[in-house]
Write a protein that binds this ligand. Structure first.
Ligand SMILES: Nc1nc2c(c(=O)[nH]1)N(C=O)[C@@H](CNc1ccc(C(=O)N[C@@H](CCC(=O)O)C(=O)O)cc1)CN2
Ligand SMILES: Nc1ncnc2c1ncn2[C@@H]1O[C@H](COP(=O)(O)OP(=O)(O)OP(=O)(O)O)[C@@H](O)[C@H]1O
Length: 276
């Protein structure tokens, strides 16, 4: 009873903070794009024994952020889409990347548009020198693969209405799975619903990305590869105040955020990229 009351209080305070953060974002449009705080995120808020409360709180935050995203004026959203994509296209860490994993944005989900970035990568895959891998959900067990595509036409809508590649290409050959390749991925462009400036990220609740990233990081470690830079794309309204996003030990922290105001480096890896 006492624990329940305490949890409800914590949960209510956190929700109020989240709403305040959302309102602040909307009014002030984030005035400090470069936040020089290094990432030290090994503990979680409340511990895994509070898992139910954490998942419940994440669900509340998802609902609130979705509402805010739906309320953004389409022309302002489109402006943010352009700004974010232009920042990425002009960034040295993007230009120098050779093997990338990126998401195929879904406008119905109000995700930051990636179409311009994807077209640029796929424009001239031979001379452009970049290889692209995109998500394909395999089952309901949080299992996602990243498969190679070389043309936007390689994509078909899945049951969730998100475009994804068929497992085989038009010639009937199995698409390359990034977990089975011999070279490291340098860059992940990640979707998400909410973020903070310390690297916390909330996805859509499937656990797909966290599971995938943990497996990929493990693979990179066993092969002695440099870890990829994990960069999330975020509308200003999705960056929440510190202390609002609860995390568990399964949540993989991001290295940097790109919002219309600029790149926000977070981890030591991001700060060490002198070109960031
Ligand atoms: N563009 C894109 N592709 C992606 C992801 C993503 O977040 N964005 N995923 C990242 O995991 C995986 C797919 N996971 C997804 C999980 C939920 C929903 C979705 O439509 N959720 C609804 C709520 C559904 C419900 O609660 O019943 C929503 O968010 O409104 C979509 C994709 C792989 N591909
Ligand atoms: N109360 C709960 N107890 C244990 N596991 C849960 C609970 N609620 C949800 N989960 C599971 O935890 C996993 C991860 O959820 P989480 O909220 O971390 O996802 P996410 O970070 O939004 O997703 P993604 O990694 O795809 O972006 C999901 O597979 C979900 O089914």
């Amino acid at each position: 009873m006492r624990t329940e009351t305490m949890m409800t209080q914590w949960y209510t305070t956190a929700s109020t903070k989240a709403l305040t953060a959302l309102h602040c974002c909307r009014r002030h449009h984030i005035s400090h794009p470069f936040h020089h705080q290094r990432l030290t995120m090994t503990t979680n808020h409340g511990g895994d024994d509070n898992l139910d409360a954490i998942f419940k709180h994440k669900r509340v935050l998802r609902t609130q952020v979705k509402k805010v995203l739906k309320a953004i004026d389409p022309s302002l959203r489109s402006q943010q889409d352009n700004d974010i994509q232009n920042i990425i296209l002009g960034a040295p860490w993007f230009k120098s990347s050779v093997k990338l994993c990126a998401y195929i944005s879904c406008s119905a989900l109000r995700e930051v548009d990636t179409s311009k970035i994807l077209s640029e990568i796929l424009k001239d895959p031979i001379t452009g020198g970049k290889k692209l891998y995109v998500p394909r959900v395999e089952d309901n067990n949080s299992h996602m693969r990243m498969l190679n595509i070389s043309r936007i036409d390689d994509l078909v809508a899945n049951s969730m209405d998100i475009l994804e590649p068929a497992p085989v290409d038009s010639d009937g050959n199995a698409r390359e799975d990034v977990m089975k390749t011999n070279d490291p991925v340098d860059l992940f462009l990640l979707p998400g619903l909410a973020f903070d400036r310390s690297g916390r990220r909330i996805g859509r609740g499937g656990g797909y990305y966290d599971t995938f990233l943990e497996n990929y990081q493990e693979l990179a470690k066993t092969r002695n590869w440099k870890q990829p830079l994990l960069v999330a794309l975020s509308y200003s309204e999705q960056i929440l105040e510190e202390g609002v996003i609860p995390i568990t030990s399964s949540d993989v922290p991001i290295d940097a955020l790109v919002s219309p105001e600029g790149v926000i480096p977070i981890s030591t890896a991001a700060f060490n990229r002198v070109d960031l």
